[in-house]
Design a protein around this ligand. Structure first.
Ligand code: HEC
Length: 256
């Protein structure tokens, strides 16, 4: 039994023109959404520039401990008096980092004073000696701040995420079904069609599926990025192939 394989190239002129315009619209739309991603997420991790940390902050949240807090809790420097250590740790955990740094009322327990008395001998650019560490200077306020700030960025609100996920999965999956069907009706070799369609579908599922997963499981963030990339590449390739196929001259029909 042989049925005539459907081909988008056989559509009439008006239909091919319409499909071309729609495909171009989707392509432009995904360019815009890439740009939107960048401006929407940039700075999400409280640091300038769009990096994977912005994606991590958005889907998983970020919690990073200040290096100074880490060092003090790891008993560094070993000979620091307990009271001073406790005072510094409490200060680092407080939300008055800036105000209390040189708070006069704290007397000997003011962070600036403790640091000057206990740290600067090793942590200043002109410190010398075997156990000095001049590359981390703690002499000035700004230098101290660089190692004192802990970051805590919450992932997007759970309800908002489920609403957005709902809209994205229905909208994108429908669009993708249409896209891969159009691709299937081009004259591209079938294995190639299958590969592009599969990568696109898997990418979408990975990206959207991991929105939920990455909240609890941090490496999921990488799957979101990888999935989103696979999906974008698949959609762009499919639509370019569709547009080309709509206008390339008809050649001898494929016999399958
Ligand atoms: C005797 C010298 C010495 C003193 C005193 C000292 N440090 Fe250090 N510190 C070092 C050295 C050396 C390193 C690097 C090697 C290491 O991590 O142990 C270091 C590492 C650190 C780090 C980690 C830097 C990083 O790369 O993450 C922090 C933070 C730090 N010190 C803070 C302090 C503070 C705060 C004090 C005072 C309360 C202090 N240090 C006192 C020698 C010193």
């Amino acid at each position: 039994m042989s049925t005539q394989q459907m081909r988008i190239r056989d559509f009439g002129f008006g239909m091919r023109l319409a499909l071309t315009l729609l495909a171009l619209t989707v392509l432009a739309g995904s360019g815009v959404s890439g740009y939107f991603m960048k401006i929407h997420h940039d700075g999400r991790d409280e640091v300038d520039g769009f990096t994977i940390d912005d994606i991590r902050a958005h889907y998983h949240g970020i919690q990073s401990r200040a290096p100074m807090l880490q060092a003090l809790e790891d008993n560094h420097p070993a000979d620091l008096e307990e009271a001073s250590r406790t005072a510094l740790i409490e200060w680092l955990k407080s939300d008055t980092l800036k105000d209390d740094y040189d708070n006069f009322d704290l007397g000997d327990m003011a962070p600036e004073t403790i640091i000057a008395d206990n740290c600067i001998s090793c942590h200043s650019s002109d410190a010398t000696g075997d156990d000095a560490y001049p590359s981390l200077s703690l002499r000035y306020f700004d230098e101290v701040m660089d190692v004192s700030v802990s970051r805590k960025v919450n992932p997007m609100n759970e309800k908002v995420m489920y609403q957005s996920l709902h809209a994205h999965s229905l909208g994108l999956a429908s669009l993708t079904i249409v896209t891969v069907l159009l691709l299937a009706w081009t004259r591209l070799p079938r294995p190639l069609i299958g590969l592009i369609a599969f990568v696109t579908a898997l990418g979408l599922l990975m990206d959207l599926g991991m929105w939920v997963g990455a909240r609890y499981w941090e490496p999921g963030v990488y799957l979101i990025v990888a999935g989103g990339f696979m999906y974008q590449v698949g959609v762009v390739l499919s639509l370019l192939a569709v547009i080309a196929d709509l206008w390339l001259p008809k050649f001898k029909p494929r016999d399958d």
